[in-house]
Design a protein. Structure first.
Length: 372
């Protein structure tokens, strides 16, 4: 397995993504003791301000690994039972037979059968998770809406079930992670964002990572441009947004260096113990938001290519931004990358997203970064 970095090759591959149409992106790749950081393009299309590798960024569902780790710490402390029904802890939020059937584990690995709340919070996204059949009309309406977690959970719990508890394939759903946030507060007496900050972010020594309470990203950051499959043309800036609509599911702000540090410490057994890490790496089949069948553990999922080493990590998107952070199973190679445009593909007459040069360029960059 190659464990050397070629800076010129990485620089060229990153630049190719920008040339393919990505306004800006930045990354950190690590191989053993070698570290490469790179950036290409602009953080602000209006001013031409360049992106740099140290920018802070909304990293979306990468947050789920942090939340899962905080829950597993409480499992280690004896405060939470991984296979205890959620109704034992939060009977008002998940009442009756479903509360008795859905376990904490099922919430973390997306096999609870609970529906995604998002289409009910964002009426224009009624067809979610089939994003290509929806429109962006409600983004501006809800940009500064302050959602309450209990209300969002209620939307998911009262919606038609997406499956049976424990059934596979599961369906990727943010509802479970909002419940995990409420669970953390229930057993610790402290709001989930404070628990995750204290027990995960600070424990990992992440100085540029936070779960912000406001609408702004503090510190140097890129603007985030949402295209929504070409329906927003030119793409619109959504870097200011009240992230209470996803909370402990996807609201984290971080840097590529902090993300690599976090996953490195996680796989080294420094965030949760080795037995908890083994639980995180026990996978089931889950249908992703893009409709793909993936293997998913407890806030982690494997990424690999035929004949290549397995990486563990998570990806994430928000309106306008995205990120991916993965680490090779032996901990000796890592990639964290952030992009400032989302849903760049156009749709065909059937509403199917069509290939875009960005897709091919990103895949080529991942190949160079992960496998050399």
């Amino acid at each position: 397995m190659p464990n050397t970095l070629d800076p010129s090759e990485l620089d060229a591959a990153l630049e190719n993504v920008h040339r393919a149409g990505m306004p800006g992106l930045f990354a950190e790749v690590r191989a053993g003791d070698q570290v490469w950081r790179g950036a290409a393009g602009v953080a602000d299309v209006a001013t031409g301000r360049p992106v740099t590798a140290g920018l802070r960024h909304r990293v979306g569902s990468i947050t789920k690994t942090f939340t899962a780790a905080a829950v597993l710490q409480q499992v280690e402390n004896g405060e939470i039972g991984l296979d205890t029904p959620i109704g034992h802890y939060l009977p008002r939020l998940v009442p009756g037979a479903r509360g008795d059937a859905i376990t904490v584990r099922m919430l973390i690995n997306h096999t609870s059968g609970l529906a995604e709340y998002l289409p009910y919070a964002y009426p224009a996204l009624r067809a979610f998770p089939d994003l290509a059949k929806t429109g962006p009309e409600s983004f501006d309406d809800h940009r500064f809406t302050r959602f309450e977690a209990a209300d969002l959970i209620g939307m998911g719990v009262t919606a038609p079930a997406a499956g049976t508890p424990g059934g596979t394939p599961g369906l990727y759903s943010n509802t479970g992670y909002l419940l995990l946030g409420e669970l953390l507060e229930h057993v610790t007496g402290t709001p989930a964002d404070k628990v995750i900050t204290r027990d995960v972010i600070e424990r990992a020594g992440l100085l540029d990572t936070e779960l912000p309470s406001g609408t702004h990203v503090g510190g140097p950051h890129s603007r985030l441009y949402e295209s929504w499959f070409g329906m927003i043309d030119p793409p619109r800036d959504y870097s200011e947004f009240d992230m209470s609509w996803v909370g402990p599911a996807a609201s984290l702000v971080s840097t590529v260096a902090d993300l690599n540090r976090f996953y490195r410490k996680l796989l080294a057994g420094e965030i949760v113990d080795r037995s908890s890490l083994a639980q995180m790496q026990r996978t089931v089949q889950v249908i992703s938001q893009e409709g793909k069948l993936i293997d998913y553990g407890l806030g982690l999922h494997p990424v690999d290519a035929p004949g290549q080493a397995t990486f563990w990590g998570h990806g994430g998107t928000v309106w306008g931004g995205g990120a991916l952070a993965v680490i090779r199973a032996d901990g000796e190679r890592q990639l964290a990358v952030a992009v400032n445009l989302q849903r760049w593909n156009r749709l065909d007459s059937a509403g199917v997203p069509q290939p875009h040069p960005i897709d091919q360029a990103l895949a080529a960059f991942y190949q160079v970064a992960m496998y050399g």
